[in-house]
Design a protein around this ligand. Structure first.
Ligand SMILES: Nc1ncnc2c1ncn2[C@@H]1O[C@H](COP(=O)(O)OP(=O)(O)OP(=O)(O)O)[C@@H](O)[C@H]1O
Ligand SMILES: [Mg+2]
Length: 291
């Protein structure tokens, strides 16, 4: 292999699961200063597709490469907070910051045990947000106003959305520079994606013209099943190079590591799934989606 893992002409070309030549992506260069952050919303209204798992592990992987990362738990279930071992009760959360936008976001930022990774937690209180905020002026822009005060302190902000296309998700899309869509390699993966893309386009049109679709991430891929391979082929056929070359395999290590409250790159650093999230982090930097 030559530099950057690009095959030489006389090397046999190894194809990755998306059908493109396999690339490892170079180690991201060290940053000598931090911020302003690029904000990425992880979004899919379908439940259980790997949004939270990707938020946790991508955040930890980017932090591993020296990026300053802020993860926003934007789901009343609080799974991101729990997955990073952060308590969610009797502490300020993202909901408190949204209710009182004059409040200093630093009140709610919690350092995780992963160096370089901070989080703003959420809990069930956030489920009241849709009702509480509905009469607010510019109610779609509340999260953007909150995040404006912290972007200079981070290189990347990841927002873990809840599985819905309601007001909270619209707030996330309005605050974001980019959207990352995790898709489970299962039969119904593409159902609902058209509606998601339509929502993204509406937000681009009315609220946030610079919003970009950063890419679709295939998750829970099982290379041993024809079914998984067929679904991935369909995803690539439909979205072409918007599909990340990195694909996340299916493994029980994810539920195991979430229960322990640590990212997989700490729980099982040598596991292929840990390596896959590190590679996704490198791919995002390579694509220019993260500094
Ligand atoms: N690659 C994977 N292999 C196996 N299990 C996985 C993988 N990724 C996630 N899981 C598991 O699948 C379940 C759903 O994942 P996750 O919570 O990340 O999805 P989500 O999209 O955030 O769900 P929700 O829509 O409910 O917020 C979890 O139990 C998680 O541990
Ligand atoms: Mg989730």
């Amino acid at each position: 292999m030559a530099k950057n893992n690009q095959p030489n002409a006389d090397d046999k070309v190894i194809l990755g699961p998306t059908g493109r030549p396999y690339r490892g992506f170079p180690t991201p260069p060290t940053l000598d200063r931090h911020g302003p952050a690029r904000i990425i919303a992880l979004c899919n209204q379908k439940g259980g597709v790997g949004k939270t798992t990707t938020s946790i592990n991508l955040a930890a992987s980017l932090a591993e490469y020296g990026r300053k990362v802020l993860a926003i738990d934007f789901d009343p279930q609080g799974a991101l907070s729990a997955g990073l071992g952060v308590p969610t009760h009797d502490i300020p959360t993202i909901y408190d910051l949204m209710l009182d936008t004059k409040r200093d976001p630093k009140d709610a930022i919690v350092e995780t045990h992963v160096e370089g990774l901070d989080i703003i937690p959420a809990n069930i209180d956030l489920s009241a947000a849709e009702v509480h905020l509905v009469n607010e002026v510019a109610r779609e822009m509340i999260l953007a106003r909150v995040l404006r005060k912290v972007v200079n302190d981070y290189d990347v902000v990841l927002i873990d959305c809840q599985p819905s296309l309601g007001l909270l998700t619209v707030n996330a899309l309005t605050a974001a520079h980019g959207v990352l869509v995790p898709l489970e390699c299962e039969f119904f993966a593409l159902r609902g994606v058209a509606l998601l893309i339509e929502t993204i386009e509406k937000v681009q049109d009315r609220l946030n013209p610079s919003l970009e679709l950063d890419g679709l991430l295939a998750t829970m891929y099982d290379s041993r099943t024809l079914h998984s391979r067929e679904v991935l082929d369909r995803i690539v056929e439909t979205f072409d190079d918007k599909v990340f070359e990195t694909v996340i395999g299916r493994t029980v290590k994810f539920p195991d590591s979430s229960v322990s409250g640590v990212p997989i790159i700490e729980y099982a650093p040598q596991h292929p799934a840990a390596q896959a999230y590190l590679r996704l982090a490198r791919e995002l930097v390579d694509r220019g989606a993260v500094a």
